[in-house]
Design a binder for this molecule. Structure first.
Ligand code: AMP
Length: 219
C-alpha cells in the first residue's frame, strides 16, 4: 500500500470523514492543513508573519503557500520517520502547492509512494453541505447534514456540543467555493492525471460506499 494518500475535493466533499477512516483502518497519520491552521490560531505566541497569514483563513481565502509547507512537511516527515503512512486532507489547494509537494516527495525518496484520490462533488452540493454541517466542539467529529444526523443535539461519540464552524457562514462559504471549488481544483487534477497518479470516486454516494471504493484503490 502506498504511504502517501492525497485526498482532493471541494470543501464538504468528505475528505475529512474519509481521511479518518483510513487513519483508523491503516494507522496512518492524518494531516489536515485546516486543522493544523486552526490549532496554530489558538497559539497566542505565534510569530507576527504567521498571525498576518492566518487572517486570510477568516475570510475564506487560502493562506500563503509557505505556511502550508512549514506545517505540512514537518508533519509528513514526523510520521514517515515513525514508519507510518500519511493521509493528506485538503493539504493541496493550488497547482503550485501540488508541484512543491511533488518536489518534496522526490527529494525524500517518496515519489513512488503517492496515490491521489479525488472525491468529486458539484459546487452546488458543496454549498448545500457546508451551510448545514456541524462539528463537535470537543472532539472535532464532523456531523454531516443527513437524515440520520440532522436532529442530533450532541456528539454521538463524546456528547460534546455541536456547533457550526466559524468559516461555515454563507458569505464565507461562497468565497471558499470561488477559491476552492471545481474551477480551482481542475489544474491540480490535470497535474496528477498527467503523472498517472489520479483515481476518482463519486462523493455524492453514501459515506460507506465512498469508503469502500477508496479501500479498493488502497489495496
Ligand atoms: P478546511 O478545514 O480544510 O476546510 O480548511 C480551512 C481553511 O484553512 C481554508 O478555507 C483555507 O483558508 C485554509 N487552508 C487549509 N488548507 C490550505 C492549503 N493547503 N492552502 C491554503 N490554505 C489552506
Amino acid at each position: 500500500m502506498k504511504k502517501i494518500i492525497i485526498l482532493l475535493g471541494v470543501p464538504g466533499s468528505g475528505k475529512g470523514t474519509q481521511a479518518k477512516q483510513i487513519v483508523i483502518k491503516y494507522n496512518y497519520g492524518h494531516i489536515s492543513t485546516g486543522d493544523l491552521l486552526r490549532a496554530l490560531a489558538e497559539n497566542d505566541n505565534m510569530p507576527n508573519e504567521e498571525k498576518e497569514a492566518l487572517k486570510n483563513m477568516k475570510k475564506g481565502a487560502l493562506v500563503p503557500d509557505w505556511l502550508i509547507y512549514r506545517l505540512a512537511f514537518r508533519e509528513i516527515s514526523k510520521y514517515i520517520n515513525n514508519n507510518q503512512g500519511v493521509v493528506l486532507d485538503g493539504a493541496i489547494r493550488n497547482l503550485k502547492q501540488a508541484e512543491k509537494y511533488q518536489e518534496y516527495f522526490i527529494n525524500n525518496n517518496l515519489a513512488n509512494e503517492v496515490l491521489v484520490i479525488e472525491i468529486s462533488l458539484s459546487d452546488e452540493e458543496s454549498f448545500n453541505r457546508l451551510t448545514k454541517r456541524r462539528v463537535c466542539q470537543n472532539c472535532g467529529e464532523i456531523i454531516p447534514y443527513l437524515k440520520s444526523t440532522k436532529d442530533l443535539v450532541s456528539c454521538p461519540k463524546c456528547n460534546g456540543k455541536l456547533v457550526i464552524r466559524k468559516d461555515d457562514s454563507e458569505e464565507i462559504i461562497k468565497q471558499r467555493i470561488v477559491e476552492q471549488g471545481n474551477i480551482a481544483l481542475k489544474p491540480i487534477l490535470n497535474y496528477y492525471d498527467a503523472l498517472g497518479l489520479l483515481k476518482r470516486v463519486d462523493g455524492g454516494e453514501d459515506i460507506g460506499e465512498v469508503t469502500s471504493q477508496i479501500n479498493n484503490f488502497l489495496k
